[in-house]
Design a protein around this ligand. Structure first.
Ligand code: FRU
Length: 466
């Protein structure tokens, strides 16, 4: 295969070369104003293996600079997913202000034991030292991973949420020093339990006095793998759900999401995910890199008539916008481009369904975003979007029920060279899909389906220039 610069994302993070999967150790460094992204990375190849933490920074969550490998695999263990805390008080003994990465060490010989380990950095994440006393939490299990650690203000101690994948449980541990951990509670099995659980996150929304618990399931999501969530309360001991499980994103490619540590108090939580899924990730047709991250999204919780809802809106891309183009009513926009932001305002009137096709081109290639006004749902369909990495888990319409689909509505769509992310204006809908269209597929089309008339349709489209 030849290099594929045409698929290289313009505003999403991808490594310069080789494989990536989960985001790890996300942290905002207030002193420098830089966001740090660590990530699961194979430094030696474009398929999963030799897991190490890669590293990149960004001033704005849109432009990323890749740095040398932060925490490499060694003879003893691979470096699996985990999180990062800034230990302001030096509780772990690595010094005040040390950055402490808490990750799963996966033994190489004998193969496969998983335990939680630490590494620390005294230079704001540039260089790392593995803790000599590793592992810090070892149950002698083959599957025990993905620690999410944070400071719990109310009880004045560190909390770790970590998965027992095969039991479909999240275990919560507490610690005063990041080295000694005491089990406090378990959550699960509940929700989707048809496949292993991975990559927990627990996110506080102080304004609502609630927490969001997220855990990924390897299968069981309508599109394959995905992130299931609950809203509830966390008291420093255990999590109590107040909702049924729901999916954070109904698309195929939003996995292992992690939220940023270090954001200023009062700021909305921000998370991003690996924009892919293990079922076909190794067949995606890109070279010399493989895999990308989703756009970072701001999160909020809203209490609605139907209960708690998670609202997601991608970080602002306003600064990247070129000249706007407008399309009133149905029609076609030629040569719209392959890196785009689209806003669609629609009052469907009596229309049954409406569609917005992006990356349209020769041979009927397109990725279709649709709104079924009667059934109240939004869908995305990539079955004609170009190269198909493997038939299984790729085909099919991804749908999300949304009451807002039946009345006046707004959609916001971000198109990059190999992805489409769809959000409703109210933040309740999120659909993320990777696509591999041909280079000539750069059109956009808006159409009405069925006999009823729209009251209004206005599409605004900006090319985004990174
Ligand atoms: C999720 C995952 C994690 C694990 C990591 C290994 O994609 O399987 O559970 O820590 O990837 O790369």
């Amino acid at each position: 295969m030849n290099a594929t610069p045409g698929f290289r994302p313009a505003i999403h993070f991808a490594a310069q070369k080789n494989w990536i999967n989960d985001p790890n150790g996300l942290v905002f460094d207030a002193a420098t104003g830089l966001y740090h992204l660590f990530f699961q990375h194979n430094p030696f190849g474009d398929v999963w293996g030799h897991m190490s933490w890669g590293h990149a920074t960004s001033p704005d969550l849109l432009h990323w600079t890749e740095l040398p490998i932060a925490i490499p695999e060694d003879e003893r263990a691979s470096i699996y997913s985990g999180s990062l805390v800034i230990d302001h008080a030096g509780t772990a003994g690595f010094g005040a202000g040390a950055w402490v990465a808490c990750y799963t060490g996966c033994l190489r010989r004998p193969e496969g034991g998983q335990a939680q380990e630490l590494a620390f950095s005294l230079d704001r994440g540039l260089t790392w030292t593995k803790y000599a006393g590793n592992p810090v939490l070892d149950l002698g299990l083959k599957e025990f991973r993905d620690p999410k650690v944070f400071w719990h203000e109310a009880t004045g101690r560190w909390i770790m949420g970590v998965v027992l994948p095969e039991e479909r449980r999240v275990a919560f541990y507490a610690s005063a020093n990041l080295r000694d951990w005491a089990l406090r509670s378990h959550f699960g099995p509940t929700g989707c339990t048809s496949a292993i659980w991975e990559c927990p996150d627990l996110i506080h929304f102080p304004d609502q006095d609630r927490w969001l618990l997220k855990v990924d399931t390897f299968e069981g999501h309508p599109a394959g793998s995905g992130a299931q969530c609950w809203v509830g309360r966390f008291d420093g001991e255990g999590f109590k759900a107040e909702t049924e499980a729901f999916w954070a994103d109904q698309g195929s490619d939003f996995y292992a999401a992690l939220s940023f540590a270090g954001l200023a108090e009062g700021r909305a939580p921000v998370w991003l995910a690996w924009m892919n899924q293990h079922a076909y990730a190794k067949y995606t047709p890109t070279l010399p890199w493989r895999g990308a991250m989703s756009l970072p999204r701001e999160l909020a919780l809203a209490q609605t008539a139907e209960g708690w809802r998670l609202l997601q809106s991608p970080v602002s891309t306003e600064a990247l916008r070129g000249t706007a183009r407008h399309l009133a009513g149905a029609g076609l926009v030629d040569a719209a481009g392959d890196v785009l932001e689209l806003h669609w305002e629609l009052d469907p009137g009596k229309a049954e369904a409406s569609t917005l096709d992006v990356r349209c081109g020769p041979g009927g290639e397109s990725t279709q975003i649709g709104i079924d006004h009667r059934r109240g749902l939004v869908w995305i369909d990539r079955s004609r979007s170009g190269h198909i990495p493997s038939a299984a888990a790729w085909q099919g319409r991804r749908e999300q029920a949304w009451a807002g689909a039946s009345g006046p509505l707004a959609l916001r769509v971000i198109v990059d060279r190999c992805s489409v992310e769809v959000f409703s204006g109210d933040g309740r809908v999120a659909l993320t899909e990777v696509i591999y269209p041909g280079p000539a597929s750069d059109g956009v089309a808006v159409l009405k389906q069925g006999s009823g008339d729209w009251l209004r349709s206005v599409l605004t489209l900006w090319p985004l220039d990174a």
